[in-house]
Ligand binder design. Structure first.
Ligand code: FE2
Length: 338
């Protein structure tokens, strides 16, 4: 039986291009974003832009050959300068380029900086953003309660839908991760937003946690684990009521999963994780390390998986089919794409 490739186009929504700190003022970098080559750059004054990599006039790859010049990116050879919105700012003197070229545009993606990431809006039909992602508490400069921020990046050989569907697949937690399953509540769905809450029994020294981060007291504990998604690109996770010592509870864990569909076979996940200072020294690092390593168990499965259009489920219209119904809203018809 041949491998079934994922049948849907690049999804619509806000997706992460890179981290805020990865592009300094005056710097530009190439990325593949939703099957397109793009240039992400920051002007001298600090404004960020994510633009089609190919100069709208000459086709020169701005991510490779362009240079940030003041508030624009300069396409070499003709000295055409592009504003951050993709409009033409200036044509090089004596370049021989007709002044009508001032009307030409290079496609610029709506973009924003939030939660420590640079996000760009992708819509297959180039429609404007129709939802927002929120500022997530703990990732926008609030430091009094939170410990150090830990960053991870994963390149995964599958699409975001397959990765997200994994969390809905309760059966895989004990089998793949050797951890208790997460008996999540029925998902709360409101348009592009999806939320699940799980009362989870946790083993602080579970199989995913590196030896060096094992805690002295390996007692199991229960935490309330909330997962919120804004489309397929932004997920926020929150655990509360974590043990601070044998009798005190109230530690917290937060995480943002900022994802990017690279193309129909590759995705990049960027994770930021933090715990409150009261559990930072021991339990917090065990949780962070366990989560960071847990995804490594899933990766060999994703690398080789075939897409199954209609999984047979024990209980009829189970969570996977409900998840697929929710996710279907993020795909436009490729036949309508220009
Ligand atoms: Fe997993």
């Amino acid at each position: 039986m041949p491998k079934q490739e994922f049948p849907f186009p690049m999804p619509n929504g806000w997706f992460c291009v890179t981290r805020v700190g990865d592009i300094q003022n005056g710097e530009s970098k190439p990325f593949t974003f939703c099957e397109k080559e793009v240039v992400a750059f920051r002007t001298e004054s600090g404004k960020v832009s994510v633009m089609d990599a190919y100069c709208g006039y000459s086709g020169i790859n701005l991510a490779i050959s362009g240079k940030v010049d003041g508030e624009t990116i300069n396409s070499p050879k003709h000295g055409i300068k592009w504003n951050i919105d993709g409009s033409c700012a200036e044509i090089g003197k004596d370049s021989g380029v007709p002044k009508e070229a001032m009307e030409v545009k290079t496609f610029s993606y709506p973009c924003q900086e939030l939660n420590g990431f640079i996000w760009a809006w992708h819509h297959l039909l180039k429609e404007e953003p129709y939802f927002e992602i929120p500022a997530i508490d703990g990732f926008n400069g609030e430091d009094s309660k939170w410990g150090k921020e830990h960053h991870y990046e994963y390149h995964i050989n599958t699409v975001l839908q397959e990765i997200a569907e994994n969390d809905v697949d309760q059966a895989h937690f004990p089998k793949v991760h050797g951890s208790p399953s997460l008996p999540e509540t029925e998902a709360i769905i409101d348009g592009i937003y999806r939320k699940t809450i799980a009362e989870t029994l946790m083993n602080p020294n579970n199989d995913s946690v590196s030896e060096e981060f094992h805690v002295a007291d390996p007692s199991m504990f229960t935490t309330t684990f909330t997962r919120e998604s804004w489309g397929l690109g932004c997920v926020g996770l929150h655990m509360v009521n974590l043990p601070i010592d044998e009798t005190t509870f109230g530690g917290e864990f937060i995480m943002v999963n900022a994802s990017c569909p690279v193309d129909n076979k590759n995705s990049t996940l960027r994770w930021s994780m933090r715990v409150t200072k009261d559990i930072e020294d021991e339990l917090g690092m065990a949780i962070i390390d366990g989560i960071a390593n847990g995804v490594l168990d899933d990766m060999p499965i994703w690398d080789h998986k075939s897409y199954v259009a209609q999984p047979i489920l024990c209980d009829g219209d189970g969570p996977i089919n409900k998840f697929r119904k929710w996710v279907s809203q993020f795909y436009s018809d490729p036949l309508q794409a220009r």
